[in-house]
Design a protein. Structure first.
Length: 173
C-alpha cells in the first residue's frame, strides 16, 4: 500500500507528523509539507519520501504511480477550497486531484473552527464526490486522559477510514 500524508497550514501539523510516524512499516509513505507547515517542523523524518510542494512533476502527481490513499492533516481552508475548485497549483493540490480523478480514497482533516458557510459549501461539494471530510474531532467514550491519547484517538479513526488495523484508542463496547 502507498499512502501520501500532507500537511497544509501550521496549526495542528503535529497530527500530520504523528499520523505519518504511526503508519505501519509495511506501507510506502510519501510526505508533502506546505511552506507554512514546514516552518513548524522541528525534526527529521526517516523511511519517508519527502516531496517538495512546488514540484508538481513528482511521482505522486501522476495516477500511474499508483498511490492508494491520501490524507491531508491538517487541511487548511485555502487547500480545501483549491481542491473543491479543481485548482492544482502545488503538489498537495495536484496529488489530491489525482486521488479524485483516479477515484482513490482522499481524507481531508480541516482544522478551522467555526466553519464558515463557504468552507461548509466546499466540504459538501467534496463529500458529494466521495472525499472523506474527517476533522480532528474528539469523542469521549474512549476516555482519553492526555493530549497524546486524544491524538491517537483521532489518528486511529483516520486509520480506520483507510482500512489500516490499529489499537490506537479504546473502542465503543
Amino acid at each position: 500500500m502507498k499512502i501520501v500524508v500532507a500537511t497544509s497550514g501550521a496549526s495542528g501539523v503535529n497530527l500530520g507528523l504523528k499520523t505519518l510516524e504511526l503508519l505501519p512499516e509495511k506501507i510506502e509513505k510519501h510526505f508533502i509539507m506546505s511552506d507554512n507547515s514546514q516552518t513548524v517542523l522541528s525534526k527529521e523524518m526517516s523511511d519517508v519520501t519527502l516531496h517538495d510542494n512546488s514540484n508538481i512533476g513528482a511521482s505522486i502527481a501522476s495516477g500511474s504511480f499508483g498511490i492508494d490513499a491520501m490524507i491531508i492533516a491538517p487541511c487548511s481552508m485555502n487547500t480545501l477550497a483549491k481542491i473543491a475548485c479543481g485548482i492544482s497549483d502545488n503538489l498537495i493540490t495536484r496529488a489530491a486531484a489525482v486521488m479524485i480523478k483516479e477515484q482513490k480514497k482522499l481524507i481531508l482533516a480541516p482544522r478551522e473552527m467555526p466553519f464558515s458557510a463557504i468552507a461548509l459549501e466546499n466540504m459538501q461539494k467534496l463529500a458529494a464526490l466521495g472525499i472523506i471530510i474527517a476533522p480532528p474531532v474528539m469523542a469521549y467514550y474512549s476516555e482519553q486522559q492526555t493530549l497524546g491519547e486524544m491524538e491517537n484517538f483521532i489518528i486511529g479513526k483516520w486509520f480506520d477510514l483507510l482500512g489500516i488495523e490499529n489499537n490506537l484508542y479504546k473502542r465503543w463496547k
